[in-house]
Structure formats: structure tokens, C-alpha cells
Design a protein around this ligand. Structure first.
Ligand SMILES: Nc1ncnc2c1ncn2[C@@H]1O[C@H](COP(=O)(O)OP(=O)(O)OP(=O)(O)O)[C@@H](O)[C@H]1O
Length: 247
């Protein structure tokens, strides 16, 4: 059982809407096409997956194989052209944007390589803002969570709470982004290249945080080009040309 981020683990919802027996994340036969004039990019062509709480799953594949598109569809940030996404048994796809955002706020943490931090707010205020935004959107009752101070300590940023993002190292930025992604105590964490620009020692420490999170019951799905991250995952999903291929 991990300890570093223990306490951000979600508790079973009390509103009866999310079924705790359902897999944390399910995608069934996802398609995503982009049209630009006469051209059509087929970014996803029938991807299905299941990730249970406690699993750390890596999504790998060459550039342009559909990894980021998959993540965006799983997060409800994009609508798939076909197929269904469910989080904790609740369908997040094929809904109005406001409903997708509300479900995301309740159940999903998203960590992008480009960062999810507001530049002019310090680290603690970034986490506080993320919490406030999630609370404002949340349909169900807020779950009990850690204080911002505890959450920052859990990701190893206790001493940097009052630093601006521009004052942080790459590894610290990744940790701060993780704290923001965890602000809502998500059931599912979706991360796109969270260790993309980190040296190997820093990558290992971020990877350890993701592992602790999974050990605490969160379903963690990481898009990565890193062989180290892929090796450390419980499972690997390899995409090529918008489809899953044998690992
Ligand atoms: N908004 C868009 N409009 C048109 N085509 C897009 C759009 N987003 C993605 N694509 C196309 O969909 C395909 C998959 O892109 P995606 O970004 O998901 O790949 P990826 O595996 O994440 O690549 P990388 O590893 O380089 O980040 C590519 O051919 C890309 O050009």
C-alpha cells in the first residue's frame, strides 16, 4: 500500500450514482475522426479498454498513433465519433459539454505535459483554485479530502507552496501539476507524458508518486514515450494507426 499520496484516495460516493463495482474506466469501441476540408484523419479506429482502480496502465505507440486523442476522449474533453466512455460506471461520452465537465470534476484528474498551472498563482493557490472550480461544478456532494498543505506535502512540495510555477524546476512543475490534477480526489488519473522532459532520477520520483496513487486505489492511465514508465506499468496498451496492437 502506498503512503506518499495516501489520503487523496476517493471514498465510495454516497449519492449512489457511481457504481463502485464498475471498472473505474471503460472505453468501448472508440472512434475519432477529424475532418479538415476533403481530408479525414482517423485518429482512433475501434479502441476498447478497461482500467480498474489500483492499476497503473501505460499507453504507448509512435507519434500520431492516437494516444493524446484517446486520452482526451477518456477525459470527456473530446467527444468520440463513435463508441462509449464510462467512468465509475457513468457514461461521460455523448453528453453536453457542461455535463462532461461536471463528471470530470467529480471523478477524473487530468495531467497534461504542457501543464495545468496558472502562471501568476503560486503552487498552493493553484491547488486551491482547482478545488474551488471542481466544487463549483460538482453535482454530487463533495468528498472529504486532504488539505492543500497535506496534498502538497504528499507530492513532495511542502516547501514550495508559495513559489510561482516559473520558479520551479521541471520535476517540481510535474509534481505541482500532479497536485492540481489530484485536487478533486479523482477515481481516475489521466496523464499525458507526465515525465516527458525530466531526467531519469526525477522521472523515477514522479513515477513513484503515480504508483502510490494506484496503490491507493486510483486507476492511473499514462500516455508515455518513456520505456522506464512503460516497464513500471502493470500493463501496456500499444497503439498504432489508431488501433491497439500486440505489445
Ligand atoms: N484537432 C485535430 N485535427 C485534425 N487532426 C488531428 C487533430 N488532433 C489529432 N489529429 C490527428 O490524429 C492523429 C492522432 O493524433 P494524436 O495527437 O492523438 O497522436 P499521438 O499518438 O498522441 O502523437 P504524439 O506522440 O506525437 O503526441 C494524427 O494523425 C493527428 O494529426
Amino acid at each position: 500500500m502506498g503512503t506518499a499520496v495516501a489520503g487523496v484516495r476517493p471514498v465510495t460516493p454516497t449519492d449512489g450514482s457511481a457504481t463502485s463495482a464498475a471498472p473505474a474506466l471503460e472505453a468501448e469501441d472508440l472512434y475519432r475522426f477529424y475532418r479538415a476540408g476533403e481530408e479525414e484523419a482517423r485518429a482512433l479506429r475501434g479502441v476498447s479498454l478497461t482500467v480498474r482502480g489500483g492499476e497503473l496502465v501505460a499507453v504507448t505507440g509512435p507519434s500520431g498513433s492516437g494516444k493524446s486523442t484517446l486520452l482526451a476522449c477518456l477525459a470527456g474533453l473530446e467527444e468520440p465519433s463513435g463508441g462509449t466512455v464510462r467512468v465509475a460506471g457513468r457514461r461521460i461520452s455523448h453528453r453536453p459539454e457542461s455535463e462532461r465537465a461536471a463528471l470530470r470534476a467529480e471523478l477524473v484528474g487530468v495531467l497534461w505535459q504542457t501543464g495545468n498551472l496558472v502562471e501568476h498563482l503560486d503552487v498552493a493557490d493553484n491547488v486551491t483554485l482547482a478545488r474551488a472550480l471542481h466544487r463549483g461544478r460538482r453535482l454530487a456532494r463533495p468528498r472529504p479530502g486532504r488539505s492543500v498543505v497535506d496534498l502538497l506535502a504528499a507530492v513532495g512540495l511542502g516547501a514550495r507552496a508559495r513559489s510561482l510555477p516559473s520558479q520551479l524546476s521541471g520535476g517540481e512543475l510535474a509534481r505541482a501539476g500532479l497536485a492540481v490534477a489530484l485536487a478533486n480526489g479523482p477515481r481516475v488519473l489521466l496523464a499525458d507524458e507526465p515525465t516527458g522532459e525530466l531526467d531519469s532520477a526525477t522521472e523515477s520520483s514522479v513515477l513513484a508518486l503515480l504508483r502510490d496513487l494506484a496503490d491507493d486505489g486510483v486507476a492511473v492511465l499514462v500516455v508515455t514515450h518513456s520505456a522506464t514508465v512503460a516497464r513500471a506499468a502493470d500493463r501496456r496498451i500499444v497503439l498504432a494507426d489508431g488501433k491497439e496492437v500486440a505489445a
